[in-house]
Design a protein around this ligand. Structure first.
Ligand code: HEM
Length: 314
């Protein structure tokens, strides 16, 4: 879904590009522990042995760069004829057309490589939260029943439409609560760039220091709050949207660098969740009710380790 929407229909079924999108974040982050234990000056020597970043870059060169060149040629021809180019206004197209403050455009290679940045930001985040949704529905059959009832009432057996989605208040509430619940306890690190940063309460942090925000506490309160599966209550979201940030919903960040992909992410989760529930019977491999979330090192939110089994409905 991400490849087709963000890069374009030219590569929507390209298995190599899809694999690169799917694996990029894990390939980049899986060696964080090794980097943390190795002195910084050695990093450039070990990088080629640890990450497959070069493979991903090559995939972009082989498969996305030709798309960029083809589109630019089409744009050039359209400009010559004085007609609109008619290309889809997706993320790749935005990068191609983007004018830097000095009037320059990104080079073809820069455009192709930038796609990896959005793969990093968009795929893992969305799929982890989608999986949280699935584990919650398995852990709480009452929520699943409510969601399936709403699906039937709003969409019947027809296609997923915007009108139908708008009627699905419970789905919106459920996703918002899953997103609130699923944050890392500490995240959204920001580095101090000024000589010193002074918080409103007078607390000062020196240049270069990183500050994390206690996301779970902001979203939900103390870490002991809502720690049991039964405490999950979608109705707490009321009429609030899963895309609207607030002081008690910082999963997409807040302020200047607030996630611009949140509308896409929430829409993607909705569409995928409905499609999966319609087409598959899902269960855990162990047959047990899952515990939806767990924490790595007490802070990083991870999904349940019990694999999911999808059986096509007849
Ligand atoms: C459920 C899925 C997602 C979550 C939880 C999420 C979360 C976040 C968070 C916490 C930030 C940092 C905000 C800050 O520093 O204040 C961020 C930034 C960003 N996200 Fe997302 N994101 C998701 C999906 C996506 C998608 C689908 C895209 C692209 C299509 C995307 C693109 C970005 C970009 C480009 C930034 C950097 C914004 C900036 O620095 O100005 N994200 N996201």
């Amino acid at each position: 879904m991400s490849v087709a929407s963000l890069v374009g229909l030219e590569v929507e079924t390209n298995a190599t590009v899809i694999k690169s999108f799917a694996d990029f974040t894990t390939d980049v982050t899986s060696n964080i522990g090794i980097f943390m234990m190795t002195p910084k000056f050695l990093h450039r020597f070990i990088i080629p042995y640890l990450q497959q970043v070069e493979w991903h870059r090559q995939v972009m060169r082989d498969h996305v760069l030709p798309v960029v060149r083809k589109r630019k040629e089409k744009m050039r021809q359209a400009e010559e004829k004085g007609v609109p180019h008619g290309l889809d206004p997706n993320f790749l197209q935005g990068l191609i057309e983007y004018k830097k403050p000095n009037g320059d455009h990104y080079t073809d290679e820069e455009v192709a490589q930038s796609i990896l940045l959005v793969a990093f930001a968009s795929v893992h985040t969305t799929s982890v939260n989608l999986s949280f949704c699935l584990y919650w529905l398995l852990a709480r059959p009452d929520l699943r029943e409510k969601l399936e009832k709403e699906m039937q009432e709003a969409l019947g057996d027809g296609p997923i439409t915007n009108e139908g989605l708008k009627q699905m208040v419970f789905l919106e509430q459920f996703i918002r609560e899953v997103l609130r619940q699923g944050v890392d306890k500490l995240a959204n690190a920001k580095a101090v760039l000024a000589d010193v940063y002074t918080f409103a309460n007078g607390y000062q942090v020196p240049k270069g220091r990183r500050v994390q925000s206690s996301n779970r506490q902001l979203n939900i309160g103390s870490n002991s709050a809502r720690s049991t599966v039964d405490e999950m209550d979608p109705s707490l979201s009321g009429t609030k949207l899963a895309t609207n940030p607030s002081r008690e919903f910082v999963t997409f960040g807040l302020g200047r660098h607030l996630c611009p992909g949140r509308f896409f992410a929430v829409h993607e989760i909705k569409m995928t969740l409905i499609t999966i529930l319609r087409r598959y019977d899902i269960s855990t491999e162990s047959g047990k009710k899952p515990v939806p979330g767990r924490y790595l090192a007490g802070t990083v939110s991870l999904n349940c380790e019990d694999p999911l089994v999808f059986r096509k409905k007849k």
